[in-house]
Write a new protein. Structure first.
Ligand code: FAD
Length: 508
């Protein structure tokens, strides 16, 4: 046992992954979670007999999750029941549909069917992007807390592969000719809450890893991942306190030395790990004057991701669809500009639907479906009054689904539902500006320019989760937990397993 106490604020996937790793390495770990349940945005939503994921539904780079479990001496398969999805998803364009298949040969055939003559371009994409992935992946495993870290050999080796100054859409345009096919390989920037025309070109890593390494579902929902982290953390001695909101981080001489709960209870510790949404933490968890670089005024000037309008529908029939489907707006570029530049809602919107019952019988009773619907919308800097708009917006989403997908008579089969708007993300889930995918991932908000894993403003404080390096998807959140846990181990001279180079990863 290491005689050091760590307080982790928040039981989202980032906080729980850190709890698991640090407890395994012998630290005394206490997680304080504001909500009555664990998981944060990766929690479960239960509506009667229907079960949904609140947030993440696509698991990519599963090999990284496997590695985290291996570090604790366990196998992820003992805790989680994975399904490799094939098809990965269906894409609905205005005048055609295309399946994204998980094996390159099948994918090539699908491309040929929808976009004759373009199938062979997949080979060019996969072969060029595999080299980029290999160079960039090690950059995800390291902290960038000092200017000198920008000159590290890992980053210097990656520089020729970052496509500086080019957007994701620019980079993809060199592989594929048809605009819709380019969208099929660039819409993934929405996972970061960004548009392919703004998103830095290096994020071709995301469509590449989908096509090279697959997209997974976990039976019971991706929420089981956070639950599995919590289980391991507890097995290793961590204590997880739910309904335990932290009021503030106690700071003495610019170093954290404890946390004070809303109940008034104080908890002394050696280090604090913040998993609460970064923007929210900066504006709520420190006494006035403590935070300088990221004070509430400065935060308003940062670029944040879009938000999401969510509908969770318990439906009394089944639908013969893919597990994941995406319906593109008729004018997708304008749709994205409405979201991030003009910050307005419009009638021409893109919609993502997850019909988990086709893969996972635990999500709904037999003959029923649990539909998860996500619509990217502006974050709360838009001033949209969702409490007034939500009913009309719901009607528009259902109209699109009924007109353009297999969900034709959906509305009359809805038995139960929950809607979450950007206002709800902010007020109910403590997500700053309702920006569900955190701070944006533009060049000026990455690496050293992103809030550091070892927090630069307050000593003894570490960040994990989507607001810090490397970024806001599940795999990068897991990696943030590992980076911060490794930094804490380095500080106390505690041994820890070194992250494996990409070439040594076991990829199924
Ligand atoms: C709708 C949606 C869909 C997404 N889809 C995907 C996807 O398909 N694939 C993917 O890889 N990623 C996806 N993401 C992104 C990302 O994986 C999730 O948002 C992820 O859950 C974020 O994890 P986190 O650890 O950063 O923070 P969170 O999950 O937000 O956890 C933070 C925790 O801190 C707690 N907290 C806040 N304040 C306090 C306080 N004062 N005291 C105590 N606790 C506090 C919160 O209650 C919460 O539990 C999605 C996100 C959303 C919102």
């Amino acid at each position: 046992m290491v005689e050091k106490r760590i307080a982790i604020i928040g039981a989202g996937p980032g906080g729980l992954a850190a709890a698991m790793l640090l407890a395994r390495r012998g630290f005394q770990v206490h997680v304080f979670e504001k909500a009555p349940v664990i998981g944060g945005r990766n929690a479960e939503v239960v509506l009667g007999d229907y079960r949904f994921d609140l947030g993440p539904t696509f698991l990519m780079m599963k090999f990284l999750l496997d590695e985290l479990f291996e570090e604790t001496g366990r196998s992820s398969n003992s805790y989680l029941d994975f399904r490799l999805l094939d098809p990965m998803y269906q894409l609905n364009f205005c005048d055609k549909t295309m399946l994204a298949r998980s094996r390159p040969d099948d994918m090539k055939a699908e491309i040929e069917k929808a976009f004759p003559g373009e199938g062979r371009n997949l080979d060019k994409f996969l072969s060029a992007e595999s080299k980029r992935f290999e160079k960039l992946y090690p950059c995800l495993q390291k902290p960038y807390g000092t200017l000198a870290s920008l000159l590290s050999s890992t980053l210097l080796a990656a520089v020729p592969h970052i496509s500086a100054g080019r957007s994701l859409h620019d980079v993809l345009s060199k592989y594929f000719n048809a605009e819709e096919l380019r969208l099929a390989f660039t819409f993934q920037s929405k996972y970061l809450g960004m548009s392919p025309w703004d998103c830095p070109g290096l994020f071709t890593m995301i469509p590449y890893t989908e096509h090279a390494h697959g997209v997974y579902h976990v039976q019971g929902g991706l929420c089981r991942i956070s639950e599995a982290f919590a289980k391991v953390a507890r097995e290793e001695g961590a204590l997880i306190h739910t309904s335990a909101p932290v009021k503030r981080v106690i700071v003495k001489g610019r170093k954290a030395c404890g946390v004070e709960l809303e109940s008034g209870e104080k908890f002394d510790c050696d280090d604090v790990v913040i998993n609460a949404d970064f923007g929210y933490a900066m504006s709520h968890l420190f006494d006035e004057g403590v935070i300088r670089r990221y004070n509430p005024q400065a935060m308003k000037k940062k670029r944040f991701s879009c938000s999401t309008f969510m509908m969770y529908l318990g439906v009394d029939r089944t639908f013969d669809t893919q597990h994941h489907s995406i319906v593109f707006a008729e004018d997708y570029k304008k749709n994205l500009e409405d979201i991030s530049l003009r910050k307005v809602t419009s009638n021409d919107i893109s919609v993502y639907i997850r019909n988990s019952a086709v893969t996972d019988p635990t999500s709904a009773p037999a003959g029923h479906s649990a539909l998860y619907i996500l619509v990217p919308v502006p974050n709360n800097s838009s001033g949209i009054r969702w409490s007034e708009e939500k009913h009309a917006y719901r009607a528009r989403v259902l109209q699109i689904l009924q007109q353009r997908t297999e969900f034709r008579d959906l509305e009359k089969h809805i038995r139960t539902e929950l809607i979450i708007t950007p206002e709800d993300w902010e007020s109910g889930k403590s997500v700053f500006m309702g920006a569900t995918f955190n701070m944006g991932h533009g060049w000026n908000q990455m690496l050293y320019m992103r809030p550091h894993n070892e927090f630069e403003e307050v000593g003894n404080t570490y960040l994990v989760g989507g607001g810090t390096h490397p970024g806001s998807g599940l795999p990068t959140i897991f990696e943030s937990a590992r980076i911060s846990s490794n930094l804490i181990c380095q500080k106390y001279d505690v041994d820890y397993p070194r992250p494996k180079p990409f070439k040594e990863m076991k990829i199924a």
